[in-house]
Write a protein of this length. Structure first.
Lengths: 369, 743
């Protein structure tokens, strides 16, 4: 069970089985530590022939995390508006080789030339030229970090003129995306050689064609790989708890879940809980905060599971339907929404960081080494 | 004949010195003429020399029409050219004659067409002819013909430096529409990194906007992109073949014919393909994680590396010779995964020491493996198994070439083994598994043995055989690796500073021990489960053939005996081959132990072989000798003990002889055969009669002659000579090995 949770697809297979919530948290991953290939000293003196050794210790998804605070992030409102209220498609990215935060201007030019060249296969494009139909702008999102090891978030926007635009019509944004790392595992980040910049979470929004062009430009320029990032069952449950926990400070209005049950024909259940009721249930399962004064208020996986258990029990009492047999596909509150397929939307910038921390963790778990 | 020789090659020293002069030091036209005069003295009577002289001396403006001299001389030259080719100086003269339009342009194409070189084309002549292009009197069709000729003989031009020097001049012809395709091809052949400049890129882009996407422009631009990716961006449609058209060259067949006649092979690469990749027509798929990236150079160069030394992008390297030449200043490609796609790049990968580069490669490889086989976003790997198969095969052959596994494939396997069904891509997965480097003994159980054990006991006998073979290969690689590095480092196995997990000799021994024990456990139970399946037994004996020689062959001071679950099934096997192999293994154990013991006495840093190992070995040997030789199968104190009354109840007559060399089911047929040969005509067979002294030794000879060398070695090393009597000898099978070895 624990090993199976590594792959989202395994999760799907198991939906018909009653899940033991506590076991399903055990998302394992072998972290890469600083070690190299075990090897006797070789003649030249470099033991690592073909790369780093996969670390031999297993790591799991955190079983405890800080309660979200409405922390004041220092990002400018202009940039924040670019990030919130858009539904983002998530991907994970392996570390970028020789990415320089100082060369964003050059990257903008190169990417726009690349898109132009790809759009018109077989036509060479001058990199220095500016007469491209696509204008790309890279920018830094300063202030959106949680720890010192996090690399600065990079935002990319592509502007273009509509096909039948008037001469003087301004270019409109047609695609945007960003690469981020919020509170990434310091052990992992520090283990990378300094040539690598780790921005494991990639959010994109816009035409799929442009997304894949941006991805392939990144692949060719920084020797990285992009893979889809789903939000696992456990992560969705975490998000529910984290968001509900905010109710005291900022109303979540309602807690909405969409479940799919494995019956023929497939049954989809939309389960909406009033904010107050959800808060009451959440408060009842919260353990006494044993932490002393001034210490971080933390949430434990057991609390999340009891919360879920409570919600499921309530549903069962009314409809005689055990949701444990189904799978949670979608969660939404006034603070944001998340889908199993890897879509996320932040509706309130205040609690964004907490969500991003969880997603960064998920992205890092997907790293091949 | 002499005349032809003169034209096609230097027949005497006089001429050869002339050729040298004209070719290497590139004398001026004038000195050529001086030389020509000299030659006239010697070869005045030679008609073709006279013909050449005619063309070099003919006055400008001489009429062509009605001029019999021209016709006669040209026919002479043509005859020689088409039969044997023209010598370098003849090419110079004729090219100069044609391009200078001394007799107008009507003869020009005809002369160009017969310019078939026998050896090389002097660069100087080509440069001069290109200069004539600028004079602007030559008809376009003739200009095209000339460039085509240069393209054809390009590989035969003796040097290219001066041609590169006038690159700019040649480049200026691209704007001439008719010449453009051929000029582009010529430029393609001449381009170096220094030549690629912004203004040239601009000019070509401008042409492109005028002419549309022409393949010749595209090819030249893509070469520019290879050299200076920061100046031009281009994506080549997967369908288009970016190779210059092999224009219908009038010289090609003549050139080949001449070369064939002269027995030389100069212009082997007339059709020069561009450096573009040959994309196989891949089936369209949703995901591309298994596609190897294209080898391309880095766009964003690091400034400091550029100043320190000149780096050569790997893309530009075309041969092993070039690779060796530039070995210490090669620029790695933009995507490390692309190295797997080219055999030349693999050669280089073997020398890459850059940690980041290997990490990049591992990230890519790990990503591809994970996405394809673990995450399988779109419903399982089975649908793309063809691609997966090819990919894994490629990976395997790469690892085989490098004689090492990638750490990302190792990390992948540790995860994959937990979800593997044991049949998906079995040969490939087992192949990858056998490349896993030494795993510390503390982790080996969790990472390898637990998942493998589950697979082993739930899979078919063929999987069992496959797994044993795989673990056998794994052990072989570990041992080889040990013997190589231990020898190199003079058994100094302290690890360098890079390594954080210390693999000491004892650590390595522990891992090997764990692996051997694990296979021992699998083998014992596997043989039981499969009823001593003979294929499985054979795989297991393969494994122990290696294990028994670990000390002598691989220098690892470790001796591990097989468990009884392997020993007895092999000893009582119904096929003689298994028994023979067991005998061989026991013989090798003996040799190893003896040598280890003597070494232990000699050297101070003696290693310790436990008393238990010697005891086990002695015990097995004694048992084997007793069983096969002494017909004392159920001696008290041996491992296989059965109650006396139980044995009597079985009604087997003389049960103690059941597994001697005569009655052993594996050898019974030999005994019968021997009996028939020995006592011809004797109707009733009495196998016991073989056991008498004479027939016994004959019987042994007979068995050994059937190819049972293992048995032979075992008998020779364990049974003292002269004690051949199986029936009476009671101590002859005694171990030579002292069983009271110091611990």
């Amino acid at each position: 069970m624990s090993a199976a949770d590594e792959t989202p697809d395994m999760e799907r297979h198991q939906n018909s089985v009653m899940r033991t919530p506590l076991n399903s948290v055990a998302v394992q991953r072998r972290s890469k530590n600083k070690s190299y290939r075990l090897s006797y000293r070789n003649r030249i003196g470099a033991a690592s022939r073909l790369g780093l050794t996969p670390g031999l210790t297993a790591r799991r998804l955190n079983t405890s995390r800080k309660a979200p605070k409405s922390n004041k992030i220092t990002v400018t409102t202009e940039q924040l508006t670019l990030l919130v209220k858009t539904e983002w498609k998530l991907s994970y990215v392996t570390p970028l080789y020789r990415f320089r935060h100082t060369q964003l201007k050059i990257y903008s030019r190169q990417l726009s030339a690349f898109i132009a060249a790809e759009k018109q296969q077989g036509l060479a494009v001058d990199v220095e030229g500016t007469q491209n139909t696509f204008r790309v702008s890279f920018s830094l999102v300063l202030g959106m970090t949680e720890s010192v090891d996090d690399a600065v978030t990079v935002h990319i926007q592509i502007h273009s003129k509509p096909l039948f635009a008037k001469q003087d019509e301004p270019q409109k944004p047609v695609w945007s995306g960003w690469l981020t790392c919020i509170n990434g595992n310091p052990e992992y980040l520090r283990s990378l050689p300094k040539d690598f910049i780790c921005l494991p979470l990639f959010c994109s929004s816009g035409a799929g064609g442009l997304t894949s062009l941006v991805k392939s430009w990144f692949q060719q320029s920084f020797d990285c790989c992009f893979g889809p990032l789903e939000i696992s069952h456990t992560s969705l449950q975490w998000l529910m708890a984290l968001w509900t926990n905010c109710q005291s400070e900022s109303s979540i209005r309602q807690l909405k879940m969409i479940w799919t049950l494995p019956v023929e024909p497939q049954l989809q259940v939309t389960y909406t809980v009033d904010a107050e009721d959800a808060w009451e249930l959440w408060s009842s399962v919260r353990k006494k905060n044993t932490a002393g004064e001034g210490e971080e208020n933390s949430i434990d996986i057991e609390e999340v599971m009891s919360f879920m258990q409570g919600l499921k029990a309530h549903f069962f009492r009314h409809f005689r339907l055990d949701l444990s047999a189904g799978s949670l596909n979608e969660v939404s509150t006034a603070l944001g929404s998340a889908k199993h397929s890897g879509m996320i939307k932040f509706s309130n910038s205040k609690y964004m960081i907490t969500t991003l921390m969880l997603l960064t963790e998920c992205a890092l778990l997907k790293m091949p080494i | 004949m002499a005349a032809q020789l003169n034209l096609s090659g230097p027949p005497n020293s006089d001429l050869s010195s002339l050729t040298d002069q004209s070719v290497s030091s590139r004398t001026s036209n004038r000195s050529l003429r001086v030389a020509e005069k000299e030659r006239r003295k010697n070869e005045a009577e030679d008609p073709s020399v006279l013909a050449l002289k005619y063309f070099s001396d003919v006055e400008a403006g001489t009429p062509v029409i009605g001029n019999d001299d021209v016709e006669r001389n040209l026919v002479l030259v043509e005859k020689v050219a088409y039969r044997n080719g023209l010598s370098p100086e003849a090419i110079s003269i004729m090219l100069e004659f044609a391009m200078s339009l001394r007799m107008g342009h009507s003869l020009c194409p005809r002369v160009l067409k017969c310019l078939i070189p026998v050896t090389v084309v002097p660069q100087e002549a080509v440069v001069r002819a290109v200069a004539w292009l600028g004079v602007d009197k030559i008809p376009v069709s003739t200009q095209v013909l000339f460039i085509k000729w240069v393209l054809t003989v390009f590989d035969m031009i003796d040097a290219k430096d001066q041609l590169r020097a006038i690159y700019g001049f040649i480049f200026s012809f691209v704007s001439e529409e008719n010449l453009c395709p051929f000029i582009c091809h010529l430029l393609y052949l001449l381009t170096t990194k220094q030549i690629v400049r912004v203004f040239r890129v601009r000019k070509l882009l401008e042409l492109q906007s005028k002419l549309g996407r022409q393949p010749f422009l595209l090819n030249l631009l893509s070469l520019y992109k290879v050299f200076c990716p920061e100046l031009v961006t281009l994506s080549i449609p997967s369908r288009s073949k970016s190779v210059f058209k092999n224009h219908n060259m009038p010289w090609k067949s003549a050139l080949i014919a001449v070369q064939k006649r002269n027995g030389s092979q100069v212009a082997s690469s007339i059709s020069l393909a561009s450096a573009s990749k040959d994309r196989t027509n891949r089936r369209k798929r949703k995901h591309h994680h298994l596609e190897l990236p294209v080898l391309s150079s880095v766009v964003n160069k690091e400034p400091q590396t550029e100043t320190s030394r000149r780096l050569v992008p790997l893309v530009q390297i075309q041969s092993v010779a070039e690779l060796l030449e530039n070995m210490d200043h090669i620029e790695l490609p933009a995507q490390m995964g692309s190295l797997l796609g080219s055999s030349l790049a693999l050669q280089y990968l073997d020398c890459v020491q850059d940690e980041s580069a290997l990490l990049r490669l591992n990230f890519w490889l790990g990503y591809a493996l994970h996405e394809e086989l673990l995450f399988c976003g779109d419903g399982g790997a089975s649908q793309n198994s063809e691609e997966s198969l090819q990919f894994l095969d490629k990976l395997l052959s790469t690892q085989h070439f490098l004689q090492e596994g990638f750490s990302s494939s190792e990390a992948f396997l540790y995860k994959f083994l937990n979800v593997w069904d044991g049949s998906l891509l079995r040969p490939q997965i087992l192949g990858l598994l056998s490349n896993i480097p030494v795993v510390p003994s503390s982790q080996i159980g969790r990472l390898l043995f637990e998942p493998l054990m589950q697979l082993f006991f739930t899979s078919s006998v063929f999987f069992k055989c496959g797994l044993i073979e795989c673990l056998n290969n794994m052990l072989l690689k570990w041992l080889t690796w040990h013997s190589v590095y231990a020898l190199e480092d003079d058994l100094d196995i302290s690890l360098n500073s890079h390594t954080s997990i210390n693999m000491t000799l004892s650590g390595f021994k522990d891992s090997v021990m764990e692996l051997v024990d694990f296979v021992g456990r699998l083998a014992s139970i596997g043989l039981q489960l499969e009823g001593c399946h003979c294929l499985l037994l054979s795989c297991i004996l393969d494994f122990y053939t290696m294990v028994c020689d670990m000390f002598l062959k691989y220098g690892l001071p470790l001796v591990v005996m097989p468990p009884s679950g392997v020993f007895y099934p092999a000893l009582f096997a119904t096929d003689p081959v298994s028994v023979d192999r067991l005998a061989f293994i026991m013989y090798r154990y003996k040799v190893n132990l003896t040598s280890a013991k003597s070494q232990e006495k000699l050297t101070e840093q003696a290693f310790h072989i436990s008393r238990q190992t010697f005891r086990e070995f002695n015990y097995y040997t004694v048992y084997m000798v007793n069983c096969l030789w002494n017909s004392k199968m159920f001696q008290p104190g041996t491992g296989v003990q059965l109650g006396e009354e139980l044995l009597l109840k079985s009604n087997v007559p003389q049960y103690w002889t059941s597994f001697d060399l005569v009655h052993h089911p594996a050898f019974m047929s030999y005994a019968v055969d021997f009996h028939q040969k020995c006592w011809i005509g004797k109707k009733d067979i009495d196998l016991d009669s073989i056991k008498h002294q004479k027939p016994w030794s004959w019987y042994l000879q007979y068995l050994f002659s059937q190819g049972y060398d293992g048995l032979k070695l075992f008998v020779q090393s364990n049974i003292k000579a002269g004690q051949g009597d199986g029936q009476q000898g009671d101590g002859q099978g005694d171990r030579q090995q002292g069983d009271s070895l110091p611990t």
